[in-house]
Design a protein around this ligand. Structure first.
Ligand code: NDP
Length: 295
């Protein structure tokens, strides 16, 4: 048996198209387009690449992109002052402070300074609380992207057994909350879980967000299960090069599962698409408009 490949790249492209389609109507009713502000402190190469991609994708969707690049020596006070300025800026609907921040800056304090209604990364404690209590709010991008792929593949998730491996605030916990909201029976596994293989074998849905290359083997997976691999791990490849692999042994999973997200090209491309989606949703909510259906 060979599993289906869940094409996150294609889904994300289509989602970005649907997002762009909502911009003209928003402009007609408000006289402006949704705006995303991204703050980058320091020169971390991976962060620079992410911020550039976010900028390009925002403009490509017909939205406004505000980039703020600050030196690594920026003080906590100056960074907080910028966040407050963006909170007060009416043309800014979404604020994303690219993490990790350089040493000496307190990520938690900076994230909590963002107006939760502009928290398009969904990492504010109020966003987490809204998600946990079922109130409307902004949800972290990679988790929401994972759920979109699952619903596209499986339709109604009600009653399915879901195992989430990893319990980070960024991925594992919000994924579990979203699955619960979809009426799955959710198990959260982590580094202290006993008999992880047996726990994972129960799952109709496996979401792996661990950061350990190819940890989940084929014989951990129930035949026919849907596997969402959030992991991004750079490992040595031939001729001194490196390559990206997920937390799931892709070749083995393809022999057993019903469907699997590849790495790269699965969950990864969803993150920026959902960031744009969150910005559009935040923009509508701030203007007292109903967010467009189908996003
Ligand atoms: P964290 O390091 O914050 O969390 C990892 C989690 O995995 C922890 O809860 C940890 O458990 C658990 N874990 C570690 N080792 C084991 C083990 N041997 N068995 C079971 N559980 C284990 O990582 P993140 O959640 O931030 O990211 C997870 C992966 O997802 C990474 O590869 C990251 O690169 C990727 N990622 C991809 C994104 C994208 O596609 N755009 C976005 C964000 C992340 P414990 O809590 O007990 O320590």
């Amino acid at each position: 048996m060979t599993a289906d490949i869940i094409d996150g790249k294609k889904f994300a492209e289509e989602l970005r198209g649907r997002i762009a389609d909502t911009v003209p109507a928003f402009r007609d009713s408000t006289g402006r387009v949704p705006g995303l502000a991204v703050v980058l402190v320091g020169e971390d190469p991976a962060s620079q690449v992410y911020v550039r991609s976010k900028h390009k994708a925002t403009l490509a969707a017909g939205m406004e992109s505000f980039e703020h690049k600050l030196p690594a020596t920026t003080s906590q006070e100056d960074l907080l002052a910028l966040v407050r300025q963006l909170n007060d800026d009416e043309s800014v609907d979404g604020i994303l402070v690219q993490l990790p921040l350089p040493k000496g800056l307190d990520e938690k304090t900076v994230v909590e300074a963002i107006n939760p209604d502009k928290d398009v990364d969904g990492l504010h404690v109020i966003s987490a609380g809204r998600l946990a209590t079922g109130l409307p709010g902004l949800v972290p991008c990679t988790p929401l992207g994972s759920i979109m792929l699952l619903k596209d593949r499986l339709g109604d998730l009600s009653g399915l057994e879901a195992v989430v491996i990893g319990r980070s605030i960024l991925v594992g916990k919000p994924v579990a909350q979203l699955l619960l909201a979809e009426n799955c029976t959710v198990t959260m596994a982590h580094s202290r879980t006993r008999d992880l293989k047996e726990v994972v074998r129960r799952a109709d849905i496996v979401v792996a967000a661990v950061g350990r290359p190819e940890m989940v083997k084929g014989d951990w997976i129930k035949p026919g299960a849907t596997v969402i691999d959030v992991g991004i791990n750079r490992v040595p490849a031939e001729e001194g090069k490196t390559k990206l692999v997920g937390d799931v042994d892709y070749a083995e999973a393809m022999e057993v599962a019903g469907a699997v997200t590849p790495v790269p090209g699965g969950v990864g491309p969803m993150t920026i698409a959902v960031l744009l989606r969150n910005t559009v949703v935040a923009a509508h909510m701030r203007e007292g408009l109903t967010p467009p259906a189908g996003l």
